[in-house]
Design a binder for this molecule. Structure first.
Ligand code: PEP
Ligand code: MG
Length: 325
């Protein structure tokens, strides 16, 4: 099978009914980069910058961050890379950077919250990213956004860094794409502001599911208790796609479900046209979509999502559709 998937590497990801799908991969270290060409991914849809911090024994300095990002971009060889700013705290522990013990670390001082409270840390990272992408395109996004105001606050810091760099004669990125991750349910009631505010949105379905269903993603006792393909979560995802279409703001999804064929199929049925996954999933997902008729699937999925009385789990319906087609 591995060989079959390899043979698909250079095949354009277009569904049976002619929809072009963007398949990107997730990464976080330089060792991941060769997989970009090997897998045939179009780019890196999620680059987890905290991994460089997690494997270091001391906080990486600005210059180290910059040269790391520069190597990533160089090795990506012109394929786009979406850098996510530091997402530490919660399940992502950095030994030399410890806040107070927290009773609920998943809901605690983490990700963008920590970055906004330590603006020196964030500005160092923003500057490193801006310098590393000099003359090229810089795509970056913020993790665990809860209020749109947080995005505006980071944008202001970013503008300050841009001014600072240009004042000292540095070459800037020729294009800056600024996005947010949608991982916290409160953002679902700010979809209009969100879509207006950013250049793109990336759904972090691992965390969005964890917080929507109130199940700890790291606790095996409960993490599989509810299905990502159940009606509640798929309705959430559908609302996100609809909002992105209203504002023509590109949306992608980079959680684990993007790399599982039945889940990825459901995402395409809901209207996602861009997903990002672990590199080993690119082949199987491409094989799935080459044989998929999205409009047929949507015809089945839409009414099933709105059915208030059905006892049939949606997953069964999706598995049956996959088997029949
Ligand atoms: C997610 O939450 O779905 C996500 C992609 O980010 P991470 O898994 O790094 O939290
Ligand atoms: Mg997350």
């Amino acid at each position: 099978r591995q060989e079959q998937f390899r043979a698909l590497r250079d095949v354009e990801p277009v569904t049976k009914d002619g929809k072009r799908i963007k398949l990107q991969m997730n990464a976080g270290l330089l060792v991941d980069l060769p997989q970009l060409a090997d897998s045939g991914a179009e780019g890196i849809g999620l680059f987890r910058t905290e991994l460089q911090f997690m494997i270091a024994s001391t906080m990486p300095k600005g210059e180290e961050q910059e040269s790391f990002y520069r190597s990533v971009l160089k090795q990506a060889g012109g394929r786009p890379v979406t850098f996510r700013t530091l997402d530490i705290g919660g399940d992502k522990v950095v030994s030399y950077f410890r806040g107070h013990e927290e009773e609920n670390p998943a809901l605690g001082w983490r990700a963008i919250r920590l970055s906004l409270d330590r603006p020196g840390l964030l500005r160092t990272q923003l500057r490193a990213l801006l310098k590393a992408a000099a003359g090229a395109e810089l795509k970056m996004m913020l993790p665990m956004v809860t209020e749109v105001a947080e995005i505006r606050a980071v944008r202001e810091l970013m503008q300050k860094e841009v001014q600072h760099l240009s004042k000292f004669g540095h070459l800037l990125p020729k294009k800056l794409q600024f996005g947010a991750m949608l991982e916290v349910p409160a953002l679902l009631w700010q979809l209009d502001e969100l879509m207006e505010e950013v250049d793109f949105v990336s759904v972090g379905s691992n965390d969005l599911f964890q917080f929507s269903m109130a199940v700890d993603r790291g606790n095996a006792r409960v993490s599989d208790r509810f299905d990502v393909l159940g009606r509640p979560f798929l309705r959430i995802l559908r609302d996100i796609v609809r909002a992105s279409e209203r504002y023509q703001t590109p949306v992608t999804l980079c959680g684990e479900m993007a790399g599982k064929p039945i889940s990825a199929m459901a995402l395409l049925g809901l209207g996602f046209r861009s997903i990002s996954m672990s590199p080993t999933a690119i082949g199987p997902i491409k094989a799935m979509l080459l044989g998929l008729d999205i409009s047929k699937l949507s015809e089945l999925l839409e009414p099933a999502l709105d059915d208030h009385h059905s006892q049939q789990p949606l997953r069964d319906l999706l598995v049956k559709f996959a088997a029949d087609h």
